[in-house]
Design a protein around this ligand. Structure first.
Ligand SMILES: Cc1cc2nc3c(=O)[nH]c(=O)nc-3n(C[C@H](O)[C@H](O)[C@H](O)COP(=O)(O)OP(=O)(O)OC[C@H]3O[C@@H](n4cnc5c(N)ncnc54)[C@H](O)[C@@H]3O)c2cc1C
Length: 838
C-alpha cells in the first residue's frame, strides 16, 4: 500500500468517525486498525510506524482507564473551570434552569432528527374552543374599536368589560373544575390572535389575566385554599388581577427589585398572626388601575430569625386585595395613546398574613423560580399571538388596499417597488404564524420551552414591527390620518409596547436567547457547569470527566460535519423519505447550519470562556442563528402539516430563503468579529469552505408572494385564517374586502372602456382621470359595456371612494370642546413632577 493511499484512507476513516460522533472505544479501534494496516502493508517507514504505535499506546491506556484519565486530565481541567467560570447568582441559576428543552436541543445537536419534528402533532381546537373563537371572540371583536377606546371612552366600554367577564375571557387558562374555560395553549393563542386583528386594547385586557400573573401562579403553585377561593372568582371576572414586578429602579434587571418585606407578627382580622410587613413601589402595571387582586413580587428578610437561621429568604410572590389597608393604586399611565389600563402601585409597611404568600409559607423565597417557570410557557403565547394577529391584519388589509388604490392607472400593489414590502408582509406572516403554532404545540405537549418562547417573543414581535412599518409605507397618507377609518395607525403607535414587555427585545436577543440556549440546549455545557458546583468532589470528578470527553468528541464531530456538509453542499445529508420534494434541500441545508452553529458555539465558548456573556453582539448573532433555524423548522412543519399546498409554496420558499440568508449573515457576523484573527480565518474556512451560498429571495419569488396578497384566494384565507373581518357597513377592513372584490370585477370592464377610447369607439372628450362611474354611462350608451358592467363600475367607484377616504374633524380637532379637559390633564401631570422634584 502506498503512503499516499494510506494517508487518504486514514483521513477518510477519521472523518467518518468524527462525522458520526463515534464513541471513544470506536475511535481507539479505528486508530489501531489504521496503525496495523501501516505495519502490515508497509505504508509508512517502519521506525515511524513504531513511534506512532508507541504514542498510541501511551495515550490510549490512560484515556481508556477512567480513574487514570480523571487524575491526569479531567481533574486539572475541572480546577481550571472552577477558577475561570464567572460566579452565578441564585436568581441567574433559577432563570437558566427554568423550563424545558425541546426542539431547540435538536437544533443545537448539529444533527436534528427531522422525523421527530414532522411527527409532532399540530394543535387543533376542540368543538367547544372553536365555538368560543367563532362566537364569543367574534362578538367581542364586533363590540370593540381601538379608535373609540382611545379617542372617546379612554377605556373599553362597560358593555365590553361585562361581556369579557360573563363569557369567561379572563379564565381561559383556569381549569374547568374551578369554573374556568380550561383551554389549550393553542385555543388561548387563537383567541388572542383574533382579538388583536381588531382591538389591541381588548387583546391586552384579555392577555394579562391569562398570562404571567395571579391565575397562572395559583394554578401551578397555589395552596388548595387559595385555589378554591380565588380561581372561581378570577374565572368569572369577580376579581380583576394584575401582577406587579417592575420597580422604577429594576426594569430589565427584575431580579434586582428593591421592594422588600420583613417577617413579623401583626394584626389580621382581630388576631395576632405571623406574616410580612411589605414595602413596594411598582410602575407600568397592566390592569392595576382596575385591579381588585394585586400579585406582588418582593424580597423577604427575616432579621429576627422567626422562621429559622436564614436572614435573606429571596424573592417571593403574594396576592393582596387592592382594598387592603395601605395598598395604593396610583393614577393611570398612558402607554403611547393606547388606552389599556396600566398604572403604578405602592405601599409602605403593609402587613399581610403569611397565607397570602402564593403557595403559603413553604414558598417563601421561591418566587423567582415560579416566575421564570411561568414565563417559560406564557412568553410563547401572549405576544407571539397578538403580534401574529397584527401581521395578519396588515397583510390582509394592506394587500387589499394596494389592489384597490390606483396611481398612474395601475393598482399600487403592482409596482415593483411596492411588491417588495408586500412580499415581506406575506413571507414573514407565513413564518410568524408557523412559529406561533409550533410553540403552542410544544406547550400543549407539556413542554415549558424557555428558549423557544424567548425566540418566538423576539422574532415575532420584530417581524410584526417590520410588517406594520411596511404596511404604513404602502398605504401612505391613509395610514397617517387618524380616525375610525384608519385601520393601521393604531397598531403602528401601539407596537413598541410589544417590543418592551415580557423581556425587552434588545435584552432578549443579546442576553437570553443564546445565553440561555447555549447552556440549556448544548448536550454537555450544563453538565460541566453543574459539576463545577458540586461540593462532592468524587461525584463532580466523575460527572465532569464524562461531560468533558463527550464534549470533546461532540466538538470534533461538529467540525467534521460542518466541513463535510459545506464541501458537499449538504447534498448527502439524510432526510426523512416523506418530506415534500420541494423542501428536501432545505432540511439538508438546515442540518448543515445546525452543525455549524454547534461548532461555532463551542469555538466561541472555548476561546472566550466567561467573557462570551459580555460579548453581547456575538451572543446575539449566535442566538439569531439558533432562532432562524427554529423559525425555518416551524415553517417547514407548517407546510407539511397543511398538506404541502402548492399555491402556498411561494410563501414557504420566500420565508426560508430570507431566513437562510439572514442566518448566513449572522454566521459571517460571528466569524468576522472573533477577537482572535487566526481562529476567525479558520472558522470562516470551515463554515463556508466554498464561499457563501445563500442569496436573498429572488425578485420573481417576491412577485409571486406579493401577488398572493392582491387578490382573494384560498391561500390568502389560509394566511389570515382566524382574523376578524367586520361585517358592519363602515368597518374599514370589511370595506376593503368588498372593494377588492369589486376592483377585480371592474378591472376587465375598465380595460374594455380604455380600449374603446383608444380605438375611437368611445369619445375621448373627458379629461384623463375621469372616474369610471362617469365613463360607464357613456360606455353603456355607446354599447361598449352592458348595463350590468356599468353598474359594476359604479359600485366599484363608490367602494374605492370610501376605502381611500380619510377622517376629518373640526378645524381645532375639537380642542375648544376639550380645552377644560386639557387644562385638567395639565393639572393632573403636575403631581408626578412635584414628586420627582421632591
Ligand atoms: C405597557 C407596559 C406594560 C407593562 N406591564 C407590566 C406588568 O403588568 N407588570 C410588570 O411587572 N411590569 C410591566 N411592564 C414592565 C416591563 O416588563 C418593563 O418595561 C421591561 O422589563 C423593561 O424595563 P424598562 O422599561 O425599565 O427598561 P430598562 O430596563 O431601562 O431597559 C432599557 C433598554 O436596555 C436594554 N437592556 C437592559 N439590560 C440589558 C442587557 N443586559 N443587555 C442588553 N440590553 C439590555 C433593554 O432591552 C432596553 O432596550 C410593562 C411595561 C410597559 C411599557
Amino acid at each position: 500500500m502506498s503512503t499516499a493511499l494510506w494517508i487518504v484512507a486514514v483521513l477518510v476513516g477519521l472523518t467518518v468517525l468524527a462525522y458520526v460522533n463515534a464513541s471513544g472505544r470506536t475511535w481507539g479501534v479505528g486508530i489501531a486498525v489504521a496503525l496495523a494496516a501501516a505495519w502490515l502493508f508497509h505504508a509508512l517507514p517502519t521506525a515511524l510506524t513504531l513511534v506512532l504505535i508507541v504514542a498510541f499506546v501511551v495515550l490510549a491506556i490512560p484515556l481508556s482507564i477512567p480513574s487514570l484519565r480523571r487524575k491526569l486530565i479531567s481533574d486539572g481541567v475541572l480546577s481550571l473551570y472552577r477558577k475561570v467560570m464567572p460566579p452565578m447568582s441564585q436568581t441567574e441559576r433559577e432563570a437558566l434552569e427554568a423550563g424545558t428543552v425541546w426542539w431547540d436541543g435538536e437544533l443545537f445537536s448539529g444533527r436534528p432528527d427531522w422525523s421527530r419534528l414532522l411527527s409532532t402533532p399540530m394543535p387543533t381546537l376542540s368543538d367547544e374552543e372553536q365555538r368560543f373563537v367563532d362566537e364569543e371572540t367574534e362578538a367581542l371583536c364586533a363590540m370593540t374599536s381601538d379608535w373609540e377606546a382611545s379617542a372617546v371612552h379612554r377605556d373599553l366600554t362597560a358593555t365590553a368589560w361585562q361581556f369579557m367577564k360573563d363569557k369567561g375571557f379572563f379564565g381561559m387558562i383556569i381549569p374547568k373544575e374551578y369554573g374556568g374555560l380550561g383551554f389549550s395553549a393553542y385555543a388561548h393563542s387563537q383567541v388572542i390572535t383574533k382579538l388583536s386583528t381588531r382591538s389591541g386594547t381588548a387583546a391586552v385586557t384579555v392577555m394579562v389575566p391569562n398570562s404571567l400573573g395571579p391565575g397562572e401562579l395559583l394554578v401551578h403553585y397555589g395552596t388548595d385554599a387559595q385555589k378554591q377561593y380565588y380561581l372561581p372568582r378570577l374565572a368569572t371576572g369577580l376579581e380583576i388581577p394584575c401582577f406587579a414586578l417592575t420597580n422604577p429602579y429594576a426594569g430589565s434587571d427584575a431580579a434586582a427589585i428593591p421592594d422588600f418585606a420583613y417577617v413579623c407578627y401583626g394584626e389580621h382580622e382581630g388576631k395576632r398572626v405571623l406574616g410580612l410587613s411589605v414595602t413596594w413601589d411598582k410602575r407600568y402595571i397592566t390592569l392595576a388601575p382596575v385591579a381588585t387582586l394585586l400579585g406582588l413580587a418582593f424580597r423577604v428578610f427575616d432579621p429576627d430569625k422567626l422562621l429559622g437561621d436564614k436572614e435573606e429568604l429571596g424573592i417571593t410572590c403574594a396576592l393582596v386585595p387592592t382594598t387592603h389597608p395601605g395598598v395604593t393604586i396610583g393614577r393611570r399611565h398612558m402607554p403611547l395613546n393606547w388606552v389599556f389600563q396600566n398604572g403604578p402601585t405602592s405601599g409602605k409597611d403593609v402587613f399581610i398574613p403569611m397565607d397570602w404568600v402564593i403557595g403559603g409559607q413553604p414558598m417563601l423565597g421561591k418566587g423567582w423560580r415560579m416566575l421564570m417557570e411561568s414565563l417559560a410557557a406564557g412568553r410563547g403565547i401572549s405576544l407571539p399571538s397578538s403580534n401574529t394577529g397584527l401581521a395578519m391584519l396588515t397583510a390582509r388589509a394592506v394587500g387589499g388596499y394596494a389592489r384597490v388604490r390606483t396611481q398612474f392607472k395601475v393598482p399600487v400593489g403592482k409596482f415593483e417597488g411596492v411588491e417588495e414590502p408586500l412580499a415581506r408582509m406575506g413571507g414573514n406572516l407565513y413564518m410568524m404564524d408557523a412559529t406561533r403554532r409550533l410553540t403552542t404545540a410544544a406547550i400543549d405537549l407539556g413542554e415549558r420551552p424557555s428558549v423557544l418562547s424567548a425566540i418566538a417573543k423576539y422574532h415575532i414581535t420584530e417581524r410584526a414591527r417590520q410588517s406594520i412599518n411596511d404596511g404604513m409605507d404602502v398605504i401612505a397618507g391613509k395610514g397617517i390620518m387618524m380616525g375610525p377609518s384608519n385601520f393601521l395607525g393604531g397598531a403602528y403607535m401601539q407596537h413598541p409596547v410589544a417590543i418592551t414587555v415580557e423581556g425587552a427585545n434588545i435584552l432578549t436577543r443579546s442576553l437570553i436567547i443564546f445565553g440561555q440556549g447555549a447552556i440549556r440546549c448544548h448536550p454537555y455545557l450544563l453538565k460541566e457547569m453543574n459539576a463545577t458546583r458540586d461540593p462532592d468532589r468524587e461525584a463532580a470528578s466523575i460527572a465532569f470527566d464524562d461531560a468533558l470527553f463527550g464534549h470533546v468528541r461532540f466538538t470534533i464531530s461538529s467540525l467534521a460535519r460542518t466541513l463535510v456538509t459545506g464541501l458537499t453542499g449538504s447534498h448527502f445529508v439524510r432526510v426523512p423519505d416523506n418530506v415534500a420534494p420541494e423542501t428536501r434541500r432545505y432540511y439538508q441545508q438546515l442540518t448543515r447550519f445546525s452543525a455549524a452553529l454547534a461548532f461555532l458555539s463551542d469555538v466561541s465558548a472555548g476561546t472566550l470562556g466567561g467573557a462570551l456573556k459580555r460579548k453581547e453582539k456575538l451572543s446575539a448573532r449566535l442566538g439569531d442563528i439558533l432562532s432562524l433555524l427554529y423559525l425555518c423548522s416551524a415553517t417547514l412543519r407548517r407546510y407539511e402539516s397543511e398538506g404541502c399546498q402548492q399555491a402556498d409554496a411561494p410563501l414557504m420558499h420566500w420565508a426560508i430563503w430570507d431566513a437562510m440568508f439572514k442566518a448566513q449573515s449572522a454566521f459571517e457576523g460571528v466569524v468576522s468579529n472573533f477577537p482572535n484573527r487566526v481562529i476567525a480565518i479558520l472558522a470562516r474556512r470551515i463554515v463556508f469552505p466554498l464561499g457563501r451560498p445563500y442569496v436573498v429571495p429572488s425578485d420573481h419569488l417576491g412577485h409571486q408572494v406579493a401577488s398572493l396578497l392582491l387578490e382573494p384566494s384560498a391561500t390568502r384565507d389560509r394566511l389570515t385564517a382566524g382574523m376578524f373581518i367586520g361585517k358592519d357597513d363602515d368597518d374599514p377592513v370589511g370595506l376593503i374586502e368588498r372593494a377588492l372584490d369589486a376592483a377585480i370585477a371592474a378591472e376587465p370592464i375598465q380595460a374594455k372602456v380604455r380600449l374603446a377610447i383608444k380605438e375611437g369607439r368611445l369619445s375621448a372628450k373627458h379629461a384623463p382621470g375621469t372616474p369610471f362611474d362617469v365613463l360607464s354611462e357613456h360606455a353603456f350608451e355607446a354599447g361598449v359595456i352592458s348595463a350590468e358592467e356599468a353598474r359594476a363600475l359604479v359600485t366599484h367607484h363608490g367602494l374605492v371612494a370610501r376605502v381611500i377616504a380619510v377622517d376629518d374633524f373640526d378645524r381645532d380637532l375639537g380642542a375648544s370642546l376639550l380645552l377644560p379637559a386639557i387644562e385638567a390633564l395639565r393639572r393632573q401631570t403636575a403631581p408626578m413632577r412635584q414628586r420627582v422634584a421632591a
